[in-house]
Design a protein around this ligand. Structure first.
Ligand code: NAP
Length: 288
């Protein structure tokens, strides 16, 4: 007789929590605007016209507008040089009318992305991409978190996930996602392992994870049989077709808590960006 498995995992609803965060950001933006006469302003910088990047930037600007955050868009041609991009980011960093800067990435293979990120002033690095922000995040100092990792930890906190003493496994080690989320989890006293494309016997690691963060960029890459029963599974992947890095059906049958895609990590990333933009503006306008 064939045995039917039923999903047992509870969903971590990123959309609902993100909505509340955006409402809070909007209220704080309105208070700041009324008090100082200046609305928080996010500069978005896009190099080229990659359709996915164009959509992401439009989405972020729409959310800003709804939250009472101004945005200033800088569209640069695809053949922009590293030097020209660094100049643009330097000008925005020096502009008192801009409180946060978002460089949409990837920026194209001919650009030195790290050099571009480093041209963003730390106090305006609301996307948390500079070495300064990474160091602050890793050392538990004041600074802006990378938005997706920051959103993930906030979601885990909201669902009461205890991190201290837990074994956390991060699959992926990119500078904007895998590495910083591991640092935030370490800062919360989890025991953290990073896995990547050169990891031997990936499943042996993922089956040990009390908390698993999937940040690979491959649709349905992690399956339920690679997870520890009762694990907390965060799927940060967002792949063509709106699917994550985790095979949801098989994972939900063994996990305790899981994020859906869409509606999990994605909305939390944007909500964190908006929250940090308001934080940046409040600090910069503190003396106004
Ligand atoms: P990335 O820069 O391409 O990094 C992917 C990571 O996965 C790398 O560290 C790579 O290892 C690792 N990897 C690749 N193949 C693997 C394998 N077979 N086994 C184990 N590890 C493997 O991607 P990313 O920018 O971090 O993004 C990851 C995913 O998150 C994507 O789906 C992206 O769309 C999504 N994302 C979502 C949001 C959001 O707001 N929801 C934000 C950012 C990213 P190596 O380092 O060894 O190459």
């Amino acid at each position: 007789m064939s045995q039917t498995t039923f999903p047992t995992a509870r969903l971590m609803d990123g959309s609902a929590l993100a909505r509340r965060m955006v409402e809070e950001a909007a209220a704080r933006a309105a208070e700041l605007t009324a008090r100082t006469g200046q609305a928080p302003c996010l500069a978005t910088v896009l190099v080229g016209d990659d359709p996915a990047s164009v959509t992401y930037v439009r989405m972020k600007r729409n959310r800003c507008a709804k939250a009472g955050i101004e945005s200033r868009h800088v569209a640069l041609p695809a053949d922009t040089t590293t030097a020209a991009l660094v100049d643009t980011l330097g000008e925005l960093s020096a502009d008192p009318g801009v409180h946060g800067i978002l460089l949409q990435h990837p920026v194209g293979p001919h650009i030195d992305e790290r050099a571009a990120f480093e041209a963003i002033a730390p106090e305006k690095d609301v996307d948390g991409v500079t070495a300064h922000s990474f160091a602050a995040m890793s050392l538990g100092m004041d600074g802006f978190a990378s938005c997706t990792p920051g959103g993930i930890v906030r979601l885990l906190d909201h669902y009461g996930v205890e991190l201290a003493g837990k074994h956390a496994v991060v699959v992926g080690r990119s500078a904007i996602l895998g590495k910083p989320v591991g640092m935030l989890l370490l800062g919360r006293d989890a025991t953290v392992a990073y896995c990547h494309s050169r990891t031997a016997d990936l499943a042996a690691h993922t089956r040990e994870a009390d908390v698993l963060i999937a940040a690979v960029g491959r649709a349905g890459f992690l399956r339920g049989d690679q997870l520890k029963p009762g694990a907390v599974v965060v799927d940060a992947g967002y792949n063509p077709g709106n699917v994550g890095d985790v095979d949801f059906a098989s994972a939900a049958a063994v996990a305790d808590l899981i994020t859906p895609v869409p509606g999990g990590v994605g909305p939390m990333t944007i909500a964190t960006l908006l929250t940090q933009t308001v934080d940046a503006a409040r600090r910069q306008l503190a003396t106004v």
